[in-house]
Design a protein around this ligand. Structure first.
Ligand SMILES: Cc1cc2nc3c(=O)[nH]c(=O)nc-3n(C[C@H](O)[C@H](O)[C@H](O)COP(=O)(O)OP(=O)(O)OC[C@H]3O[C@@H](n4cnc5c(N)ncnc54)[C@H](O)[C@@H]3O)c2cc1C
Ligand code: SF4
Length: 331
């Protein structure tokens, strides 16, 4: 790990100003930044500590939705009574992420900006070729071990999956990232790799996340997050789904359904084709299973990640049927 200078910011403006310098990095919980600095993926010249800034750690929920400060801890959001009631999928996505120790340290802003778990990306000594780390150097994963890589939103330059859980729930419910000077829908905030996999979000140098906003909706209130992984705790998703459903007053016909996928795409992935296929329909196991397969439209596998094309629609089906059962549709 290289030496760096340390600045403890006293205001958001000071942090933004300092972050304009090349080689500057904001420090929140540090659970991603220090990890990447230790393995040589990032080598900041200046670390700007934002953990003591006031006013960025709040969590408020009212009838219009939730506002969560960038410095709110993952664990506090997961356990927040009103978030659990109005946005169960958001709370579940956080409580199923990482470990209790990490959730007590890590922040919501840092969580959105965590980096891929592609093993080639995280080992620059052994694998110099990585377009995300070093544009134009190639991709060591293509033709390599790809069990954890993406099948949706990939390009010839990069097939790394976005590992976050929270962002999947956020994209399902039209959440917005607040950058202080502008607001960006979560769906637009994350970028697919295309020819520039080094650019993962629309965040510009000198910008900082100050919070997120999640609009209230009946679908968000009746939602769940289902995560399938190689072991039942402390593991990233092989495939996950955030699902929320609102039924018409007959209690059977779908008025609004939200579906987003994690673990299988290069960014948190809204499955709009599944939503369109089920809106206005009465749900049964067969129609849900058929619609869930639409989630994989355009999927491309690279050897070891082929299983995700089978797995992800099953995760979506299970999540939708679980939600419908919870609401009492199949009672
Ligand atoms: C062993 C392990 C297991 C994990 N498992 C999971 C999992 O299952 N699911 C999951 O979703 N996550 C998982 N994570 C990732 C974890 O959730 C993230 O490391 C954490 O959320 C990052 O938050 P942080 O506050 O520590 O960020 P930091 O490490 O402080 O920052 C992360 C990045 O964001 C930037 N940054 C931080 N805050 C801001 C801001 N407000 N504005 C702009 N830039 C900012 C930093 O400069 C840095 O680049 C795991 C991590 C580890 C180490
Ligand atoms: S998949 Fe992306 S992150 Fe992984 S080695 Fe290839 S370019 Fe790098």
């Amino acid at each position: 790990m290289r030496d760096f200078s340390y600045l403890r910011a006293t205001s958001a403006d000071e942090a933004r100003q300092a972050a304009l310098q090349a080689g500057a990095a904001l420090l929140a919980g540090g659970t991603t930044l220090l990890d990447l600095a230790k393995c040589g993926v990032v080598e900041p010249e200046t670390v700007i500590d934002i953990t003591h800034l006031s006013g960025l750690g709040g969590i408020t929920v009212d009838e219009s939705g939730a506002t969560i400060g960038a410095l709110a801890r993952m664990g506090d959001v997961a356990d927040h009574r009103d978030i659990r009631a109005a946005f169960p999928a958001v709370a579940e996505s956080l409580s199923l992420a990482a470990s209790a120790q990490l959730r007590n340290m890590a922040t919501i802003g840092g969580n959105l900006l965590q980096r891929t778990r592609c093993p080639y990306f995280r080992d620059p000594g052994a694998f110099p070729a990585c377009n995300k780390r070093n544009p134009g150097s190639g991709c060591s994963a293509i033709g390599g071990v790809t069990r954890n890589h993406a099948v949706l939103g990939t390009s010839d330059a990069c097939i790394a999956s976005n590992p976050g859980d929270l962002a999947v729930a956020l994209v399902a419910f039209d959440a917005v990232v607040d950058l202080g000077t502008r607001k960006v829908a979560v769906d637009d905030f994350f970028l697919t790799p295309g020819d520039t996999p080094d650019r993962e979000t629309v965040l510009q140098r000198g910008e900082m996340i100050v919070g997120i906003g999640i609009p209230a909706s009946a679908a968000a209130r009746h939602s769940t997050y289902l995560k399938v992984r190689d072991r039942q705790s402390y593991e990233f998703a092989a495939a996950s789904a955030a699902v929320g459903i609102e039924f018409e007053s007959d209690g059977r016909t779908v008025r609004d359904i939200r579906v987003a996928l994690g673990g299988v795409a290069t960014k948190p992935w809204r499955a709009r084709a599944v939503e369109q296929a089920l809106t206005g329909k009465i749900l049964d196991a067969e129609s849900v299973e058929k619609a869930s397969r639409l989630a994989m439209e355009g999927a491309v596998s690279h050897g070891g990640n082929r299983y995700k094309i089978e797995l992800a629609p099953r995760v979506v089906t299970r999540a939708i049927l679980k939600m419908a059962q919870n609401i009492g549709v199949f009672a």
